[in-house]
Design a protein around this ligand. Sequence first.
Ligand code: PPE
Length: 312
Amino acid sequence: MAFSEQGKVWMNGALVAWKDATVHVAAHALHYGTGIFEGIRAYETRNGSAIYRLPEHMRRLYDSCRVYRMEPRWSVDEMTAAVVETVRANGFPSCYIRPLVYRGLEQLGLDPRPCPVDATIIVWEWSAMFGAEGLEKGIDVGVSSWTRLAPNTLPAMAKASANYANSALIKMQASLDGYGEAIALDESGMVSEGSGQNLFLVRDQVVYTPAISSSILQGITRDSVIVMARDLGYEVRETPIPREFLYMADEAFFCGTAVEVTPVRSIDRITIGSGQRGPVTAAIQQQFFGIIKGDVPDTHHWLTPVPAPVSR
Ligand code: PPE
C-alpha cells in the first residue's frame, strides 16, 4: 500500500491537502488510544465506483463512539456524506476508506471528556491484502499465544484504536513465526478471530463462525458471508468453537474489509482439508467478488454509488 501525497483528507468538516492533515503531539488519542475508527472499501463496479456497506460501517462507528462516551460534532448522515465526498474528491475508482473519530487536543490525563471529539477521513489505494495468490491459494496461519481482549476489559464490539495494540502483538508474532496471519483465542480458550478479520470454518457442508460472545468484532463482511452462505443454501452456525475444531475443518477462511474473503490453507502447519481453497470458500468468494464488481446483482443493497470524480 502507498499513500498519495496529492490526496485530500477530510478533517473536522473540510477537505484539506494531505500534508496539512496533522494532529498535535499532545492529542489525547495519541497517548491513550482514545480513537474509534472504521475500515471501508470503495470498489470499481461495472456501473461506476461504489462503497461497500457504507450505512452499516457508519452505524458501527457511532455505536463504538457511544461506548466511549464520544459524541461526534457531525450527524451520521453528515459523516456518511463526508465519506462519499472524500472518495469523490480523491478520484480513486477503488480505495480503502478510514474514518477516525478521536479525542484531540485539550489536556492529558485519563479522563478524556475535556478533550474535543475530532474526526477525520483518509482514503488510499489498498489492493488485496495477501495478493491475488492469497485469495486463490490461501494463507498459512498459526494460533497466537496472545489472547484476544477479555470480556469487560476492552470492549471487543467497539472498534476502538486501543484494541489494536492487542492486534499488533498478534500480527507481529504471526509474521515473525513465518505465518501470514494468526488466529487468537478468547479468554476461555475458544476460537475468537484474527488480528483484524473474522474466521469461518466449514465441516460437512455446514458453515461455522465464532459467536459474538467470543470477543470478536462483529464484522460487516462476516455478516455478508453469513447472508451469502445462507443464500447459497448452506446452514450457518454462530457458536463457540473449541480450538481443536480448527484442525478438523474441511475448509477455513478469513473475512474482513481489508482481507475480503481469504482462504486459510494451514493452521499451526496442519493442512486444512486438501490444502487448497475449498468449494464452499470458492462459492462465497464468487458471490462476494461478483457483487463488488457489479457482475452479481446487489440484491441486498450493499453498494452506495459514488458520483463521478471531480477533476483534479
Ligand atoms: N475483526 C477485527 C479485529 C477487525 O479489525 C476487523 C476489521 C474485522 C474483524 C472484520 O470486520 P469488517 O471489516 O467489518 O468485516 N479490520 C479492519 C482493519 C484491518 C487492518 O489491517 O487495518 C479492516 O479490515 O478494514
